[in-house]
Design a protein around this ligand. Sequence first.
Ligand code: HEM
Length: 394
Amino acid sequence: MTVTVGLRPEQLVDPGLHATGDPHEVWRWMRAHAPVHHHEAGDLPAFWSLTRYTDIRSVYRDPGTFSSARGVLLRPVAMGEDPGGGTTLALTDPPRHKALRGLMADWFSTRAVRELEGYMRDAIRAVLARAVEQGTCDFVHDIAGRISLYVIGRILGVPPKDHEDLFRWTNEAFLAHTSLAAHHRFMAYFVDLMDQRLEHPTDDLVTSLVHGTIDGEPLTEEEILLNCENLVGATENGRLALAGGMLALLEHPGELRRLREDRSLLPGAGEEILRWTSSATHSMRTVTTPTVVRGQRIEAGERVVVWVPSGNRDEEIFDHADRFDIGRAPNRHIALAAGEHFCIGSTLARAEMRILLTEILDTVGRIELNGPVVRLRSIHVAGPESIPLSLAGR
Ligand code: HEM
């Protein structure tokens, strides 16, 4: 198979492509010419790339064949296996996965999110008011990042006085490209919080985890810690959806105007933002029994990587897939995955986005870019690292 000059599937593992290039060009080519593509081992292990919507969805919906227990993100061979394997929610297979998810699900249900709305609105108003007062901000750090962290902090049971610490430690870990689990103050803080909740149960997610059991057995301290870290880390996607959404609207002023003029478009705008920004760039699975995808046999033990943003631009599924259209219907995107591991934070992320956009439309009169947008150098998550804005109230 000849590849158009300049387009190579191997580029996908170069974080530089995602920061400064256009991975969609590569994915478009792969969907047409190499939808099941084998990548040789290098710094990363060997793996198969899937880029078509229906293949990605099938993988997500078959956790028996495509296991999450050996990691769901590509990582250098030299780093060894993911320490969360078989322990954190995202890295657990059925049947344990269902039981573990059951310990957390109530905190992310439609009802729980509805009860949180007042808190979210207040938090959003406070960060927006501060930005408007200053006249400039970095939307990613000052608005999207704070909102995401304050909300997960509240769910976990972190008191509001400590939310800024949680925010700072998380940013330090992101900036250093290390896992939150390697951040000593973050981990020490959660060990402390677990001890407190063991003695004095309250109404929060850490209490549910320290007092919860699976098959009659309590979770170990390590399991609880890694799951708290996983939940905080997962909000990076929430932050990127909020920030990527703002950027998409600023880059498509006609769509922003449409939204200002017709608020009934808000829910659809949220879905189109999720499809368009697709901040979770890939999910990895390990094959448990030999399987065949589009005629290609894949052996047990081999890794499969699904590229979610590619599925969300698949021209076989979406009309004018490369057009950002807040009125798009139907919009069956897979930005939040599908099946067993469907994003547990989906309702929360959607509510954060709806409330933030509403507050911006209600209270911000002028909002414009006032410097270059920097995109993340990552093959795991995609979106803006910083969006310098100038803004003024109504
Ligand atoms: C409020 C913010 C969020 C939280 C707390 C959160 C949390 C989580 C958790 C804990 C999981 C693992 C669920 C399981 O294995 O059963 C998950 C899965 C996932 N989430 Fe989210 N999430 C958030 C926002 C988002 C957003 C905005 C996106 C994408 C735009 C996203 C994309 C995904 C994807 C693709 C998966 C599946 C990963 C895999 O199985 O490989 N999440 N999320």
